[in-house]
Ligand binder design. Sequence first.
Ligand SMILES: C[S@@+](CC[C@H](N)C(=O)[O-])C[C@H]1O[C@@H](n2cnc3c(N)ncnc32)[C@H](O)[C@@H]1O
Length: 273
Amino acid sequence: MSLTLRESLAASPLPRLEARMLWQRVLGVSRAWLIAHDADPLDPARVAAYRALESRRVAGEPIAYILGQREFYGRDFEVTPAVLIPRPDTELLVECGLRAIRDVSGPHVLDLGTGSGIVAVTLALERPDARVRATDISPEALDVARKNARALGAKLLFSHGNWYDTELDSVRFDLIVSNPPYIDAQDAHLGRGDLRFEPPGALTDGADGLQALREIVQGAPDHLSPGGTLCVEHGWDQAQAVRSLFLCRGFVDVASERDLSGIERVTRGRVPA
Ligand SMILES: C[S@@+](CC[C@H](N)C(=O)[O-])C[C@H]1O[C@@H](n2cnc3c(N)ncnc32)[C@H](O)[C@@H]1O
């Protein structure tokens, strides 16, 4: 006798939400369809396809890599193992950036370490008048970001390089944003959960977790226009150290913003006008 969806969900070792997401992918249907048809007999070929995905998830592979996509700021982005899986916390970085350029028309924007492109593409779509440039040291990540920009209809320029060491021409930016790798290379979390599957170069700077942030803060005033803003995402315990980096480099109006869990997650500052 054929298995039904209800029976499959009951027997699955996965949380129901994840099992449903995999079934939606296998059947190409909506969540509402799954609920309405949970007593229908399943085609054995589909059951085999589902089981193949389920065993990858049971082995620990992140669901975003299995599905090849993740939602960010209300849009679906392609993700591959070449890029960090988008985190909801990073929406705070986008909001910080949007606020900083609210009163600037046709702003020049730079996203350092763009990964899948979520920050740069979202800024370009939310501010169609902005001239957005996105960089990364990983050519594979840039390929994913380019695909996302194309699929979502965002117009931006991409360049490859080490932070500011890329083709930036002589543009001065009204806004620089970055979510750099900020995990200490010795942090045991790197060997656990989803992090095991993500690119190490997207997670850690190979040092104390502040090295990439130091380089980004240090270089920013040479690339910002007068009054321009730098917004960076950082770890839960790095806000004070990052504010010190900003202040030592001459930034003004330096402040950190809290994410939905109440953690200081993004720090911003302006260069004097
Ligand atoms: C934490 S991920 C952030 C990705 C994306 N912006 C996001 O928020 O999901 C950091 C990104 O910085 C890139 N990166 C690491 N070192 C870099 C460097 N020296 N120069 C430029 N990009 C770098 C990584 O390849 C990775 O894509």
